[in-house]
Design a protein around this ligand. Structure first.
Ligand code: NAD
Length: 337
């Protein structure tokens, strides 16, 4: 098949080329949106990532240009109008799971870096400043950690915090994980969890129910000094409320790999640009905030797995085989990350 691959970086070229099963790959640098959709004209398959925008207008343009398959090289499909895709006869496939370990390990790395001030220590040592004032951390051992969403990634994080560090772990999910229960993880409601934990790590998908699950009310009810980690989806947190909570010292620390308005920022080198997002810039000024640009998935293992599944999805479609990773249009009401 002829495939237009939007938003490609060097690592996408490398891993997708290595996994190619004889398709004609066209690597395009721009992200897919209304302005760039015409680049997909004449391609039977269009391959996209998390911040490409596949709204009804973009999908209509692609369908008119001959596209029949949308191959997401990620798990989430909250950026695709699935109803419009179904109406236009477009099939959508995704990579439901690639390496939950990649994201879970990064989550714990972020938490530890934040909690032990490693980001600040690294900057100091580069300036030959070896003073320790301001770098006092907290032991993870014995603290109460909460995991919201104990699916593939959240379960690994809960397990690591419980068995690896000796945290008391509370969890919240619509379905309980028996293995976590057996190791002493306690399931409670999101409300109770947020009132009882020292640390909360978010691993639920972004849905209408979970949007702004961390908001002013939740922050107000939380323990003083709450540490918040989010490697799931930015809009799980109301960033305005987060900044207010940091300013009032109610929140003790924040580690983010995702951000509500990240589509305008992440994955690009903007070091020569003026950033117009004042809220994001304010976030970066706090000494107890650590932000990375949506890189939790970025391991060799995960990239290889994403590329292999993406190519297998495309080959299955081309050969008319059943599509194991097809996104059901009915899922439009419950987008996952
Ligand atoms: P998953 O589907 O295996 O797990 C999600 C869990 O959330 C499920 O157990 C589900 O029951 C639960 N859930 C659903 N609604 C809930 C609610 N209202 N409250 C509490 N729990 C709820 O997904 P996963 O593979 O573990 O991925 C988790 C998230 O990680 C994704 O949604 C995605 O946003 C994010 N992610 C981020 C990166 C990154 O690079 N930062 C990479 C991959 C995935």
């Amino acid at each position: 098949m002829r495939i237009a691959i939007f938003g490609t970086k060097g690592y996408d070229r490398h891993f997708l080329s290595a996994a190619n099963q004889g398709h004609e790959l066209h690597f395009l640098e721009p992200r897919l949106d209304a302005d760039t959709a015409s680049l997909g004209e004449g391609f039977e398959a269009v391959c996209v990532f998390v911040n490409d925008r596949l709204d009804a207008a973009v999908l209509a343009k692609l369908a008119a240009g001959g596209t029949r398959l949308i191959a997401l090289r990620c798990a989430g499909y909250n950026n695709v109008d699935l109803v419009a895709a179904a109406d236009l006869g477009l099939t959508v496939v995704r990579v439901p799971a690639y390496s939950p370990h990649a994201v879970a390990e990064f989550t714990v790395a972020l938490l530890m870096a934040l909690d032990r001030r490693i980001h600040r220590a690294w900057a100091r040592v580069r300036e030959n400043n070896f003073a320790l004032d301001g770098l006092i951390g907290r032991n993870l051992h014995g603290r109460v950690a909460g995991v919201i969403g104990t699916g593939r990634i959240g379960a690994l994080v809960a397990r690591t915090l419980k068995l690896g560090f000796g945290c008391e772990v509370l969890a919240s999910d619509v379905a309980e994980d028996p293995e976590l229960l057996a190791m002493g993880v306690r399931y409670v409601s999101p409300r109770d969890l947020l009132e009882q934990v020292d640390i909360v790590s978010l691993h639920c998908p972004l849905t209408p129910d979970t949007r702004h699950i961390i908001n002013a009310d939740a922050i107000g009810r939380a323990r003083d000094g709450l540490v918040i980690v989010n490697t799931s989806r930015g809009a799980l947190i109301d960033t305005q409320a987060l900044v207010a909570g940091l300013k009032s010292r109610k929140i003790g620390g924040v580690a983010l790999d995702v951000y509500e308005q990240e589509a305008d920022l992440f994955f690009e080198d903007l070091s020569n640009e003026i950033i117009e997002d004042d809220l994001f810039q304010r976030l970066l000024t706090f000494p107890n905030v650590l932000v990375t640009g949506h890189q939790a998935f970025l391991t060799e293992e995960a990239l290889a797995s994403i590329a292999e599944t993406t190519m297998a999805n495309i080959s299955d479609f081309a050969a008319g085989r059943p599509l194991a990773n097809r996104v059901d249009p009915q899922a439009a009401i419950a987008p996952r990350g």
